[in-house]
Design a protein around this ligand. Structure first.
Ligand code: BGC
Length: 762
């Protein structure tokens, strides 16, 4: 008893101490900023809200450019996408030596999935279902970026994406709010670490707030419109999770929400983000987000700038509307000085927390830049993480793994290309250092097997499409010969081989920003290549590159083995070889549903039942919710992914069938590796709330565990479920659970599950 009491006493004492220290450091920060702001003119305050585009200024230009003049005048708060310590140091010097108040700049960059060491695109990363790996990738990105002068990243992108047409689905974690929230948290932790002031942590910027992934028709920047029910239950959770994890900043999205562009949406930026979620950091617009409101039809530049400030925007990316019009709006009382002060204070707080007032060159250590970027250790991690992001979609007759012997034909427009491997949004990547599949395969097999290569087809028959899909130095190079000749060459190569590996699909810029597609199939020219290869009678393995779920009905019916490798990053070529040859057993699971055709989109596993559901296993029934020409099923469901081994699931065991509010339920299955090699499996927990005051999804992911099982080994995997997992936002947007019957499901994907029932009373 005495021991317990003294324990309690020490704990209370430590807590008080901690709170005091926190208060102490906050009040130190507050008085520092009070003092600084008391010296600032209105123009200097507005300067802090300004984030102009610097372009990629060359060294030496930084102190003479137009931007430098503005920095000297105190009209710039930060800059973004400038690469290298030398350039950043030079610009920072202008700020802290030549401006009146010597306020340091904040340097941001789109460090989206790695810096120079590039990890898989976020959609690929999410398929690892391994939050510690994802956190590690963000940690390495932060180490490299901060070693090169960057202290702020425009990541994580946590927009839920349920429309495969939308190109930016590549940049997020897929369709599910639960998985998306876990990943959002992991990334914020990875970037920010436990202390933003350390020189190897960077500030996260959660984007694009909000609902950007729900653009109508999947067309980028398009209108979104949805019920608050859906917002709160399906789209908001990852943003909230990132805010709860302490993310330092948020970025407003381009789209409108409830008829008002997010950039001017006070309900979104202030009522929800600050008042309901308690977010205390700053909010930046997206690129020219304020100016674009003129095209949205919200008024002239002064009007839209004041709308943005009034709504809760603190920093203006590129457009300079806040800088150039706010004085007028103050004079006309369209905005208040208190609002300008609040925004300025939040920017200064961010700089303070990053430690820039202590040392503005904190992130400018040339030695770190030389020794901590694109290191062997980082590349090794990237290779391993990439291999774990790949999803084995099909593997008839165990064609994979390949033997490291005989002759292997490698064909396809993406087989011998480095530039596309890092994928979209790899701003800091050095493309020449990325590894192609051809190089990866050759290095991994050495002289044990012969690799022969032919391109086989262009990316697309239409050269102008290929041009649009090959931007930013990622053009695949067009083969001017006739398609028949290019295919014939590949067929000849295939005929000499024991097995054919076809590396094809989308080029890197066929997904990402402004890369929406109305056709989500593999381009016809490449399908023609696949058909010709199949005709040779040789076993064909499709190594599929893509930044979105593709419609793979024909491929699934005809190609014996399909390995989806997304865009695996700078080490993708090696990782592809590691998995093809079985040095790594694939364990990725889809974080988005793969439809049969474009007409099924949006398609996602957590849909509602409707009043006319189709009985399970059925296709067409008149007056039921289905299509005449295609079943409701996807080709590959959410959570799906094969392994080179097999996992079998026992029936589910529930600790209770009836429970009270204060109890928790244990749900368990025994998973057995029934194959002959070791492997990893993602065991997934889904729950269905059978009856609700509002309609509920037919299943919702509520937990997952990635386990490792030796060949022949069995493990019991159990989940502890509490009423917390049953909560949702009801019609009045109250977050609570409702008593009644729940179906508890566990399985290796969202379709194939073992289930049991429980009755939970309040
Ligand atoms: C994108 C953002 C990005 C910003 C800065 C915009 O076009 O929507 O995601 O962070 O540019 O590069």
């Amino acid at each position: 008893m005495y021991r317990k009491l003294s324990f309690l006493f020490i704990a209370v004492f430590l807590l008080a101490q901690c709170t005091q220290e926190k208060k102490g450091s906050n009040s130190k920060m507050d008085s520092f900023i009070d003092d600084l702001m008391s010296k600032m003119t209105v123009e200097e305050k507005l300067g802090q809200l300004n984030l102009p585009g610097a372009g990629d200024i060359t060294t030496g230009q930084a102190s003479s450019s137009d931007i430098a003049k503005k920095i000297r005048e105190g009209k710039v708060g930060g800059l973004f996408n400038i690469k290298s310590v030398a350039k950043i140091r030079e610009v920072q010097r202008v700020a802290v030596e030549e401006s009146r108040l010597k306020i340091p700049l904040i340097f941001g960059m789109d460090v989206i999935h790695g810096y120079e060491t590039v990890f898989p695109i976020p959609l690929g990363l999410s398929c690892t279902w391994d939050t510690s790996l994802i956190e590690k990738s963000a940690r390495i990105a932060a180490v490299e970026a901060s070693a090169d002068g960057i202290c702020w990243t425009f990541s994580p992108m946590v927009d839920i994406g349920r429309d495969a047409r939308w190109g930016r689905i590549a940049e997020g974690s897929g369709e599910d709010p639960y998985l998306g929230s876990q990943i959002a948290r992991a990334m914020v932790k990875g970037y920010q670490g436990d202390d933003l002031a350390k020189n190897n942590t960077i500030m996260a910027c959660v984007k694009h707030y909000a609902l950007y992934g729900a653009a109508e028709a999947g067309r980028d920047y398009n209108t979104t419109d949805m019920s608050h029910q859906r917002m709160y239950n399906d789209y908001f959770p990852p943003y909230k999770a990132a805010a709860d994890a302490g993310a330092g900043s948020f970025m407003a999205s381009f789209n409108e929400v409830d008829g008002i562009p997010a950039t001017a949406n006070k309900w979104l930026l202030t009522n929800v983000l600050r008042d309901q979620w308690g977010f205390g950091g700053f909010v930046v617009t997206d690129y020219t987000g304020i100016n674009e409101m003129m095209d949205h039809g919200m008024g002239d530049l002064q009007t839209v700038s004041s709308l943005a400030l009034n709504a809760g925007i603190d920093m203006d990316m590129v457009g300079e509307g806040l800088l150039t019009t706010t004085q007028r709006s103050l004079d006309e009382k369209k905005v208040s000085m208190a609002q300008v002060d609040a925004a300025c204070r939040r920017i200064l707080e961010a700089k303070y927390k990053l430690g820039l007032f202590d040392d503005p060159y904190k992130y400018c250590d040339e030695n770190r830049a030389k020794t901590e970027v694109f290191t062997d250790a980082h590349r090794k991690e990237a290779r391993s993480i990439a291999a774990q992001s790949f999803v084995l979609l099909k593997n008839d007759n165990n064609i994979l793994p390949l033997k490291k012997s005989g002759t292997i034909a490698l064909v396809g427009p993406l087989a011998d290309n480095k530039e596309n491997m890092p994928g979209t949004w790899s701003v800091a990547a050095n493309f020449s250092k990325a590894t192609s599949v051809l190089t990866g395969l050759k290095e991994v097999v050495g002289n044990q097997a012969k690799i022969i290569y032919a391109k086989g087809s262009n990316l697309d028959a239409d050269s102008s499409f290929e041009e649009r899909a090959g931007m930013f130095g990622k053009a695949l190079g067009r083969d001017k010969r006739s398609p028949a000749m290019i295919i014939q060459e590949a067929v000849n190569v295939a005929k000499q081989a024991d097995v054919v590996v076809a590396a094809l699909g989308e080029a890197a810029e066929m997904s990402g920003e402004s890369s929406s597609r109305s056709n989500i199939e593999i381009p016809e020219a490449q399908k023609d290549l696949l058909k010709a290869l199949l005709k040779t009678g040789k076993p064909v393995v499709l190594v599929l590159f893509t930044g979105r779920p593709l419609a793979l009905k024909w491929e699934n019916e005809n190609i014996p083995a399909i390995l989806n490798v997304w865009f695996g990053g700078s080490e993708a070529g090696y990782a592809v070889a590691d998995v093809l040859f079985g040095d790594v057993n694939p364990s990725g699971k889809l974080s988005t549903t793969f439809p049969q055709n474009i007409g099924q989109v949006p398609i996602y596993y957590a849909h509602k039942n409707t009043g006319r559901p189709l009985p399970e296993g059925k296709w067409f029934q008149k007056f039921r919710s289905n299509y005449l020409d295609v079943s409701n099923d996807p080709v590959y469901p959410f959570g799906y992914g094969l392994s080179y081994t097999n996992f079998s699931y026992s029936d589910i065991k529930l600790s209770d069938t009836a429970l009270n509010a204060d109890r928790s339920l244990t749900a368990a299955v025994t998973v057995t590796n029934s194959g002959s090699i070791d492997g990893k499996e993602v065991v997934q927990l889904y729950i269905r709330d059978v009856i609700g005051s509002v309609t509920r999804p037919i299943k919702e992911l509520k937990g997952f565990q990635k386990i490792e099982l030796k060949a022949g080994e069995s493990k019991t995997v159990s989940f502890s479920i509490t009423p917390e997992e049953l909560k949702f936002y009801n019609y009045d947007l109250k977050y609570d659970w409702e008593p009644g019957e729940f179906i508890i499901m566990i399985g290796g994907n969202s379709r194939d599950v073992k289930s049991g029932k429980v009755n939970w009373v309040k």
